[in-house]
Design a protein around this ligand. Structure first.
Ligand SMILES: C[S@@+](CC[C@H](N)C(=O)[O-])C[C@H]1O[C@@H](n2cnc3c(N)ncnc32)[C@H](O)[C@@H]1O
Length: 275
């Protein structure tokens, strides 16, 4: 029997390779430019993961006087270890914890950015209320996600469906049955309208709700298919190693059958003011 080394597993199924694709920087910078400005002294990077967004925030505030505090929060110790190793700025600090109890970790903030993670929250209204508790009136919450109802550009839903079907077939060929269907509970997808309603209910005034259209290349799709949380969402209950391999086979088959080299997709970008 092979021993499982959790650190090596994290490395192997990390989000980092996906963050290196240029469109990922674009969808994150687009929203950061709308919330990070002088005067916002305490900025929380919620769900900071290995720190790709934290680095963008630090780039954005370079030279700002007085310098702001940037607090990265994430439940994953291994992601935080990577963020701490990658980021040496004195402005940044990292705290282990979860969005569900953010007000126990951070007393008060001028801006909370929660990028590429809100879709993972099983109870989105509760989390939005919790974020509202730490924001000063007039403070801003920004979040984005490509896992929402509306992410599929018209005419492409067949691509995503086929990718899952072909991956499940690849697993079956190896004798692995997938028992669950659809998204895992923790991946419940909201629509833009549902997010808007939940924001208002939590004490926010949404000021920006926009869709950005990007092209996901083959290389980006391969990388997202190797990310642990994506594998768990796409193929619930399947071991990561087997799931990642099946998603890669399923992707190759789908792209060759449909004769495509990339697929467009929407990113939802939201800014809301605490009222
Ligand atoms: C796809 S990564 C996004 C990382 C980073 N925000 C980015 O955009 O590059 C999602 C992150 O959300 C974190 N996460 C999962 N559950 C969370 C929770 N309850 N509270 C805060 N972060 C959470 C995960 O640990 C992971 O680092």
């Amino acid at each position: 029997m092979t021993a499982i080394n959790p650190a090596a597993e994290d490395e192997k199924f990390s989000f980092t390779p996906f963050t290196r694709h240029p469109f990922f920087t674009h969808v994150n910078k687009w929203i950061l430019e709308r919330v990070i400005c002088p005067g916002r002294q305490v900025i929380v990077d919620l769900g900071c993961g290995p720190g790709a967004v934290t680095e963008l925030i630090l780039e954005h505030v370079r030279g700002q006087q007085p310098p702001p505090r940037v607090i990265g929060v994430d439940p994953s110790p291994s992601a935080l270890a990577k963020a701490r190793a990658a980021i040496s700025s004195k402005l940044a600090e990292f705290v282990q914890g979860s969005a569900e109890w953010l007000s126990k970790l951070v007393k008060s903030a001028d801006a909370v950015v929660f990028l590429n993670a809100i879709h993972l929250m099983p109870d989105k209204p509760q989390v939005l209320k919790e974020i509202r508790r730490v924001l000063k009136p007039g403070g801003l919450l920004a979040f984005n996600s490509t896992f929402f109802n509306g992410a599929y550009v018209e005419g492409t839903s067949g691509f995503w469906r086929r990718w899952i079907v072909r991956s499940v077939q690849a697993l079956r060929e190896k004798g692995i049955e997938v028992t669950h269907n659809g998204h895992a509970a923790a991946m419940e997808w909201y629509s833009a309208d549902q997010y808007t309603a939940a924001l208002k209910e939590a004490g926010f005034r949404p000021t920006t709700v926009e869709l950005l259209r990007i092209d996901m290349t083959r290389a980006a799709l391969i990388d997202i298919g190797r990310f642990s949380l994506f594998i768990e969402g796409a193929l619930p209950g399947v071991p990561l190693e087997e799931g990642a391999k099946a998603l890669e086979v399923g992707l190759e088959r789908t792209m060759s059958e449909l004769k495509v080299e990339s697929v467009p997709r929407h990113w939802l970008e939201v800014v809301a003011e605490a009222v």
